[in-house]
Design a binder for this molecule. Structure first.
Ligand SMILES: [Zn+2]
Ligand SMILES: [Zn+2]
Ligand SMILES: [Zn+2]
Length: 329
């Protein structure tokens, strides 16, 4: 069963992809589907003996270009749609044991180009209204394959969180005439207390009202709505800053910190109205609140959608800056 069902009580679409229950789950290293296909092993998802960065369609997609018809009929109360869209895998390295922090500067820069190119290609597809590159790192955030990789989803509608952000950005634009992220970035640069690092026109900071204790937001300080708009120096800046933030995370407690990292950009529904209020940014949410404690989404967060956080964003930013200095020394 692959279909999208609409919840008239919340206004949200939920996608059902029951075939994903059978997807490859934490295979032994010898059977990793993201490793290169080598003569001494079996074939993998990547039909090359060696590679730098590779992208391909997910074999267990939540959304696909020609999905089956929904299994249940739609009604006025319960709209149902085919799960049309795209799910791509981006493998960062042929080295099974590498993590993002092990990638050299040139490789991270190449990844930025790959994300931008795939974003642009998926954005032109008629059925896709939102393209989101993301990475889940670590088993605590549900990664089923340890080989370093990320994913790109092309959604048939704007997902809930970006939709809420765009509504807030539109309200800010109506009342001030400005982009909310341009204002936030300028404010963070001016105050400096939540800034983690800067590089080539990009800023990384802990949000004023972070939902996760060590949440980091990254954005260009000038207005760009999507990755393909970035020129070479801005792409260099993004690559450098991503490596810096991950280095800070990994130095903080001495292990690769699990996280969910995602790019938010303008919707791709062909309407030009999004550009002034869509400011490209990266959201990085680690689930840890300390080296050995996780922040679980529980009653208030899950049932109320109301986050309660036990680390002050200013203290988190200071921790990350200290970790960076340690990593550099
Ligand atoms: Zn592998
Ligand atoms: Zn802006
Ligand atoms: Zn966002």
């Amino acid at each position: 069963m692959t279909e999208r069902r609409y919840d008239p009580t919340t206004g949200e679409w939920v996608t059902f992809a029951t075939h994903r229950q059978n997807r490859t789950y934490k295979p032994a290293d010898d059977f990793c589907p993201l490793c290169p296909s080598r003569a001494d092993g079996g074939p993998t998802e990547v039909p090359y003996p060696s590679f730098e960065v590779v992208t391909f369609d997910n074999r267990f997609p939540s959304f696909s270009p020609a999905p089956p018809e929904p299994a249940v009929p739609a009604s006025v109360l319960y709209p149902v749609e085919p799960a049309v869209g795209r799910c791509e895998v981006v493998v960062y390295s042929e080295d099974h044991h590498a993590t993002f922090a092990d990638l050299d500067a040139e490789r991270v820069r190449m990844l930025v180009d790959v994300w931008a190119d795939r974003w642009e290609i998926l954005a032109t597809e008629q059925s896709i209204r939102y393209v989101m590159p993301f990475e889940n790192r670590g088993s605590t955030v549900g990664t089923t394959l340890s080989h370093p990789h990320g994913q790109i989803y092309g959604y048939p509608e704007i997902p809930t969180r970006p939709r809420q952000e765009l509504a807030a950005a539109a309200a800010h634009h109506r009342s001030t005439g400005r982009c909310v992220y341009c204002d936030v970035a300028a404010n963070e640069v001016a105050s400096g207390e939540r800034v983690v690092a800067r590089a080539g026109g990009w800023l990384a900071w802990v949000p004023f009202s972070a939902r996760f204790p060590y949440e980091v937001r990254m954005a260009p300080t000038s207005h760009h709505s999507c990755l393909p708009e970035l020129d070479d120096p801005a792409r260099d800046g993004l690559a450098e800053l991503l490596s810096t933030v991950v280095a800070a995370y990994d130095a903080m407690w001495g292990f690769p910190l699990p996280y969910v990292m995602a790019f938010h950009s303008r919707p791709t529904d062909g309407s030009g109205e999004w550009d002034p209020i869509s400011h490209l940014h990266v959201e990085i949410d680690p689930p840890n609140r300390s080296a050995d404690k996780l922040k679980y989404l529980a009653g208030s967060e899950l049932a109320g959608g109301a986050f309660v956080t036990d680390v002050a964003p200013e203290a988190a930013a200071a921790d990350l800056r200290r970790a960076l200095r340690r990593a550099a020394s």
